[in-house]
Design a protein around this ligand. Structure first.
Ligand code: ZN
Length: 405
């Protein structure tokens, strides 16, 4: 029998969704604190009709009765609303368009008292700073969980060198720190904006408003939890950090979750979410501003612009899965009917996988590596079944979308 799966457990037979621009190499979000170097990933599944889960979900969404969902949200808010001077809902975010809308809706349309929780970007862009300020200026208080920066730099380097995933420390904190804070502050309701599942996770996830507890809670031992591909026990022993420093990155103890009654909800379950409209909502209701130029690697100006590491992160996904920033942006916009598939393909051809020069040096300095080392790691993780060299010795995708697969 011939081999079906290659590096990272990705299917060797590369296919593109017939409706949008995503390919079947796109991994679903896995449980981050279990990520090790050699693990296999579950990737987005395609039906026999050649259509991806995310597109299927976009269709199902059209039949959802959003008026009923709004009532469900009202009921949820009534259950948690407090008028005794305490905050009643945590909204994680850092001033991006989704978190702006979530906080604004809850406060001004549902009468809640949201407290923002920010796990700051690894290296905030100027635009990110400005949008964060605009968010606070629109009437919110915020608790910022700033991790030990010596540790954060180390984890960024380990995540990059071991997993080619320099963004992992941000993701871990973004998922775990608000849940940890929920238990510390006794605010059980935590409301995120959209559910990543809409973009190709297991679509069963979208049928309920909450996220599985296993994403943010575990009683695994320190040698079973991994950050940057290294066990927590090893980070403590080898690099001399304390467990207290590592806490905000780690899943929360199930006992604490139960005691507080902590639940992670997605506002995207209750209210119709549409990235371009979230952007307009943010502009209308706060001073949110898009980037002043197109984003390197894509054509868009408003998504993932607050962290300099976003640029690196979406370059690494192009190397590992053949999916860069323009693919992610266009897949979503095709699905939402903002652009056609053909327009998406020509944008991908033009911009996807552009080398992330803009912030590369800043990010390398942050991780304590040289740009040469960056390039070396990138080559180590280039997926062989996706890439080949052309006559001039330049890497090119073996099966690009514009060659009609
Ligand atoms: Zn699709």
């Amino acid at each position: 029998m011939s081999q079906l799966f290659g590096r990272y457990g990705l299917p060797l037979d590369v296919k593109y969704c017939k409706k949008c621009t995503i390919n079947n190499q796109r991994p679903s979000a896995s449980i981050a604190y279990k990520n090790t170097k050699d693990e296999s990933k579950r990737s987005i599944s395609f039906g026999d009709d050649g259509i991806c889960e995310a597109c299927k979900w976009a269709e199902i969404k059209k039949d959802i009765n959003w008026e009923d969902r709004k009532k469900e949200l009202e009921t949820l808010c009534n259950k948690y609303r407090r008028d005794d001077g305490r905050y009643d809902v945590l909204v994680p975010g850092s001033g991006g368009k989704d978190s702006v809308r979530a906080a604004h809706e809850l406060k001004y349309n549902y009468g809640m008292n949201p407290l923002l929780v920010t796990w700051p970007p690894q290296l905030m862009t100027e635009m990110g700073r400005r949008n964060m300020d605009a968010w606070l200026d629109s009437g919110f208080a915020c608790y910022t969980v700033t991790p030990n920066q010596k540790l954060h730099r180390l984890l960024s380097r380990l995540s990059f060198e071991n997993l080619c995933h320099p963004f992992q420390p941000f993701t871990l904190g973004q998922n775990h720190a608000p849940m940890y804070l929920s238990t510390l502050l006794d605010i059980p309701l935590v409301m995120y904006g959209e559910n990543g599942a809409e973009y190709g996770e297991n679509i069963k996830q979208n049928e309920k408003p909450t996220h599985d507890e296993s994403y943010y809670s575990s009683n695994a031992g320190l040698d079973e939890l991994f950050l940057g591909g290294v066990s927590v026990q090893e980070i403590i022993n080898k690099y001399d950090f304390s467990l207290a420093d590592l806490k905000p990155y780690l899943p929360v103890n199930p006992y604490d979750i139960e005691r507080t009654g902590t639940q992670m909800h997605f506002l995207g379950y209750y209210l119709k979410w549409h990235p371009q409209e979230e952007y307009y909502y943010s502009v209308e209701n706060t001073d949110f501003l898009p980037n002043n130029a197109r984003t390197e690697g894509s054509y868009s100006k408003y998504s993932s612009i607050d962290d300099k590491f976003d640029w690196l992160n979406l370059y690494t996904t192009h190397i590992k899965f053949g999916i860069g920033r323009a693919t992610y942006d266009s897949a979503q916009e095709v699905r939402n009917g903002d652009i056609t598939r053909e327009e998406g393909i020509s944008l991908i051809r033009r911009f996807d996988g552009e080398y992330p020069t803009l912030y590369l040096e800043d990010c390398c300095n942050y991780m304590g590596i040289t740009v040469e080392r960056f390039d070396e790691v990138i080559e180590e993780f280039r997926t062989p079944h996706l890439w080949e060299k052309d006559e001039s010795g330049q890497w090119r995708l073996k099966y690009p979308i514009w060659e009609g697969r």
